[in-house]
Design a binder for this molecule. Structure first.
Ligand code: HEM
Ligand SMILES: [Cu+2]
Length: 641
């Protein structure tokens, strides 16, 4: 490959490709880019900004809770910050950050030039940003959502919460749902149609399994939440009675719709993160993942069972014993596929030769936190125990072990792992180890004592507590720990900022990793692969080493595709070459459509019906412009997404 790169014909070919695929380095160019790598990085950066905002909110909450009868915050302010923290972490950080990794990595992992619908991809980013701005604008109006991220009615009904706060929540979530849904559709079609020839489903990286599972789940779960929020908005604005007992409505309907979404969604927040570990950990163990097939199937099984357990969030609402036994049992069964993955990682470390890089430390730390979070989950799945533990700090401990442990730790590990691919530079290892130990110790000091406070009966979702209950000790430790944890995260942020310009140059494959993304330069060229690869195994770059019988992948095949933006379409199951896809060029339409929708949602919030109408008309015109057939005749099949 190296010698071929000097061949004048090849140089010309690459220059042509660069011209076709590169975005002009201007502001308009930047705003119009539909490159999945660019969009992936935007998702990552934006999600990290929200992580920091959510983190600041968490620290303010911890100041308030550090001692009994503290008065840092008024009860009203606590409600808003508490809600914003949950909404931010769940909706604006945890899922988008994984979309960031997946958007950046998928085409590179799958051996393609872009996602199936690049413009839809840009649109999903801009709507995510629009929804985030929409939700955070409420902070400046003093009207941030204030009934928890779970937003239970009747607390969230108009009679108890007359301000704009809950309307911001309801509309903001509907808005975000647009972003998530189009993003999910894009992942599904990308998976079905744009894998490199030979990338059959049993050769896909586990991150791909995790993201596809999460995406399919999103397509089922998000509509439940969207419907729930629309009904809530109708109740509040138009006096309907979906959730209003007096009018024949049913408050429990909210809880069912919310958790039918909410439980599977927590897997959407963790399965791609588990995929990050499954793909990156083996690189540092110098061997393939143990039990690939079992882990892939466990990923899917987790999600399938995940749809059947939402009621475990509602054991205390009063329901027939048979229903409780069913949902309790199902919640325990879900531990089985999770355990499969845990055993696979442990076996991979055990039988490998681990290299103790920062990324490896984050992954190993994650496994420990995952086990602790799993055990406390198992405990809350037992109905009689849950009756004791529900609505206590035990649950807060559990949820943070799970969400932070399974989402944040792999994400930071993944950042250390793929940063060189994204920027061409390595992150600083020494700073990295400091960041890990600070975060890991801080995390456990912060969240472990919450179990204790919970067992001592401290309720969750309270803004303060009296002295003399014995809760002061664990709470003070928790607050101190959370500041230590935050310092660890800040060290990572500092490392990112510094290493972008000062890190050691990485080269194409600094970790000696096995998957396709490491076969191209760091950072990859705009067109990803000058010639599309033909894949013959799960570890294209380790084939020589692993030897035994597996075929040989062709990284520099004769599939060129240089007539405009083109990539190859393959068949859904076996990934056999099928058609040539004409990919769309850069365009500002996704951004403009995102803007129009943002205006629409603000107009709905303020009941500016004229403005809302105008925004709708503009959106329709933009959509028409989007769908207008391009003048160039499609070569064989065209993708206009
Ligand atoms: C520095 C790190 C963090 C700290 C110190 C922290 C602290 C807190 C505190 C004090 C509460 C309020 C609990 C209550 O009053 O009942 C809370 C709630 C919550 N946190 Fe965090 N948090 C952190 C990170 C995260 C992350 C990364 C996520 C998700 C990815 C998250 C998700 C949530 C959720 C969903 C709630 C609402 C819990 C409920 O339903 O009762 N937090 N957090
Ligand atoms: Cu659940």
């Amino acid at each position: 490959m190296v010698d071929r790169a000097l061949d004048p014909a090849v140089v010309l070919e690459r220059r042509q490709l660069a011209q076709t695929w590169e975005t002009p380095r201007t502001v308009v160019g930047w705003l119009s880019s539909v490159d999945h790598k660019e969009i992936g990085k935007r998702y990552l950066v934006t999600a990290f900004v929200f992580l920091l905002l959510g983190g600041v909110e968490a620290l303010i909450l911890r100041l308030q809770l550090a001692r009994p009868n503290e008065a840092v915050l008024s009860p009203e302010a606590y409600d808003q910050i508490f809600t914003l923290h949950g909404v931010t972490m769940i909706f604006l950080y945890a899922l988008p950050v994984l979309s960031g990794f997946s958007n950046y990595l998928w085409p590179l992992l799958l051996g393609s030039r872009d996602m199936a619908f690049p413009r839809l991809n840009a649109f999903s980013y801009w709507t995510f940003l629009g929804a985030g701005v929409f939700i955070y604008a409420s902070v400046f109006m003093g009207q941030a959502p204030n009934a928890g991220w779970f937003d239970y009615v009747p607390l969230a009904g108009r009679e108890h919460d007359p301000g704009l706060n809950i309307d911001v929540y309801a509309l903001g979530i509907v808005f975000l749902g647009v972003s998530t849904t189009v993003g999910a559709i894009n992942f599904v079609v990308t998976l079905l149609r744009t894998r490199a020839p030979g990338m059959s489903i049993n050769r896909m990286p586990i991150l791909v399994w995790g993201t596809i599972t999460a995406s399919v789940a999103n397509l089922f779960a998000v509509p439940a939440l969207t419907a729930a929020c629309l009904l809530l908005w109708l109740d509040r604005q138009f006096g309907m009675h979906f959730y209003d007992i007096a009018g024949g409505g049913q408050p429990l309907l909210w809880q069912h719709l919310f958790w039918f979404f909410g439980h599977p969604w927590v897997y959407a927040l963790v399965l791609p993160a588990m995929g990050i570990v499954s793909d990156a950990l083996p690189t540092f163990c110098r061997r393939p993942l143990v039990g690939y097939t079992a882990v892939a199937l466990a990923t899917v099984a987790t999600m399938v069972i995940g749809f059947g357990v939402w009621v475990h969030h509602m054991f205390a609402v009063g329901m027939p014993p048979l229903a409780m036994s069913f949902f309790g049992a199902a919640s325990m069964v879900i531990a089985i596929p999770s355990a499969v993955s845990v055993f696979a990682w442990i076996a991979t470390i055990w039988t490998g030769r681990p290299v103790w890089t920062t990324a490896f430390l984050y992954f190993a730390g994650f496994i420990l936190l995952f086990v602790i979070g799993g055990v406390s989950g198992f405990m809350t799945a037992a109905v009689p125990l849950d009756w004791q533990l529900t609505d206590t700090y035990f649950v807060v401990a559990h949820l943070h072990y799970v969400l932070l442990g399974i989402n944040v730790f792999p994400v930071i590990g993944g950042l250390y792992y793929w940063f060189p691919k994204m920027t061409g530079r390595l992150m600083d290892e020494r700073l990295g180890k400091w960041s890990f130990w600070t975060a890991f110790i801080g995390f456990n000091v912060a969240f472990f004592p919450m179990h204790v406070a919970g067992l001592m009966g401290m309720p969750r979702r309270i803004y303060t507590y009296p002295a003399g209950m014995g809760w002061g000790g664990p709470n003070l430790i928790t607050s101190v720990g959370s500041f230590v944890f935050a310092a660890g995260v800040l060290l990572t942020v500092w490392n990112v900022i510094r290493s972008r310009t000062r890190g050691a140059p990485a080269g194409a494959n600094p970790w000696d990793a096995p998957t396709l993304e490491w076969s191209v330069a760091s950072p990859p060229p705009a067109y990803n692969f000058a010639r599309l690869p033909i894949v013959a195994s799960r570890h294209p770059l380790w084939e020589d080493r692993l030897g035994e019988g597996t075929g040989r992948s062709v990284l520099d095949s004769d599939i060129r595709l240089t007539e405009g933006r083109e990539t190859l379409a393959t068949t859904p199951l076996d990934a056999e070459a099928d058609a040539i896809l004409r990919m769309p060029g850069d365009t500002p339409i996704p951004l403009l459509l995102g803007l129009a929708l943002t205006v629409l949602f603000f107009a709905l919030l303020w009941k500016g019906w004229w403005l809302a109408g105008a925004a709708l008309v503009v959106s329709a015109l933009l959509t028409a412009a989007w769908l207008r057939p391009s003048r160039r005749a499609p070569r064989e099949e065209s993708a206009r997404g």
